[in-house]
Design a protein around this ligand. Structure first.
Ligand code: CTP
Ligand code: MG
Length: 226
C-alpha cells in the first residue's frame, strides 16, 4: 500500500501583532485562511485538519462552503502554536506523513507541497525556507549594533513543513519548551531536517502591513494570469 499523507492547516492564532485574528481578515475579498485552505484541499491528502479558535468551528465551516467543509476536519486550537499542531495531529489519525502549514501564508501551492514532501523522504523531516540575502547584525537591545553575523548557511524558514507522523508525534511528546515551528521540535531530538528552497512570495501575514503586501502580490498574480 502506498504511504498516506495528511495535512494540518493552522488558523487558531490570536493575531496579536496584526491587532486581531488575521486569519479572518479579507485578502482579495475572501478570508486569509481560505487561500491556503483551497490550495491544500486540491492536493491529494488522505486527511485534512483545519485548526481554528475554539468555538469558531461552525462559523469557519460556513466560510469554507459545503465542498471544502466536507474535506476538512475542523478542530479547536490551543494556547500555543504547538498545542494547535498537537490537536491537528490527533484529529488526522493514522497517516504515514504529515504536512503542517500556517494559514497565515496564503501563497502556498501544490508544487511547494510536493517538493517539501520529497525533501522529507531521506530523513523524515523537511521545511521550505530561503537562504538569507540581507547583511545580518546582532543588536545590543538598545538599538545599536554589536557585531555583523556571517550569513553563510543562514536560512529563514517558512511552512509548509513535512514529517513522518511518528517522528512528529514523538517530537511533540518529548518537547519541554516552546517552539515557533515543528522543525525546531524535531531538531531538538537531534534529527535531521532537510531545507527545501521556496519562493520569496511565500510570505507570512504577521502585521497589518503584511496584508497590504499580500494584496500587492495577489494583484500581480492575477495580472499574470489574465
Ligand atoms: N497558530 C495556531 N494556534 C496558536 C498560535 C498560532 O493555529 N495557538 C497559527 C496562526 O493562526 C498562524 C500560524 O499558526 O496561521 C503562525 O502563527 P503566527 O504568525 O504567530 O500567528 P498568530 O499567533 O495568530 O499571531 P501573533 O503571534 O502575532 O499573535
Ligand atoms: Mg504567534
Amino acid at each position: 500500500m502506498s504511504p498516506s499523507t495528511g495535512a494540518i492547516l493552522l488558523a487558531a492564532g490570536r493575531g496579536e501583532r496584526a491587532g486581531g485574528e488575521k486569519q479572518f481578515a479579507l485578502l482579495g475579498g475572501i478570508p486569509l485562511f481560505l487561500h491556503s485552505a483551497r490550495v491544500m484541499a486540491d492536493w491529494q491528502f488522505a486527511a485534512l485538519a483545519l485548526v481554528v479558535p475554539a468555538g469558531r468551528e461552525l462559523e469557519v465551516a460556513e466560510m469554507l462552503g459545503a465542498r471544502l467543509a466536507a474535506r476538512y476536519k475542523l478542530v479547536a486550537g490551543g494556547e500555543r502554536r504547538q498545542d494547535s499542531v498537537k490537536a491537528g495531529l490527533e484529529a488526522l489519525g493514522d497517516v504515514d506523513w504529515v504536512v503542517v502549514h500556517d494559514a497565515a501564508r496564503p501563497f502556498v501551492d501544490g508544487e511547494m507541497v510536493e517538493r517539501v514532501l520529497k525533501g522529507a523522504c531521506p530523513s523524515g523531516a523537511a521545511t521550505v525556507g530561503t537562504p538569507l540575502g540581507d547583511t545580518l547584525k546582532r543588536a545590543d537591545g538598545e538599538g545599536y549594533i554589536v557585531e555583523t553575523v556571517d550569513r553563510k548557511n543562514l536560512w529563514s524558514v517558512q511552512t509548509p513543513q513535512a514529517f513522518r507522523r511518528d517522528l512528529l508525534l514523538g517530537a511533540h511528546d518529548e518537547s519541554t519548551g516552546d517552539a515557533t515551528d515543528d522543525a525546531a521540535l524535531v531538531e531538538r531530538l537531534g534529527l535531521r531536517v532537510a531545507l527545501v528552497e521556496g519562493p520569496a512570495s511565500n510570505i507570512k501575514v504577521t502585521t497589518r502591513e503584511d496584508l497590504e503586501l499580500a494584496e500587492a502580490i495577489l494583484g500581480m498574480r492575477r495580472a499574470d494570469d489574465a
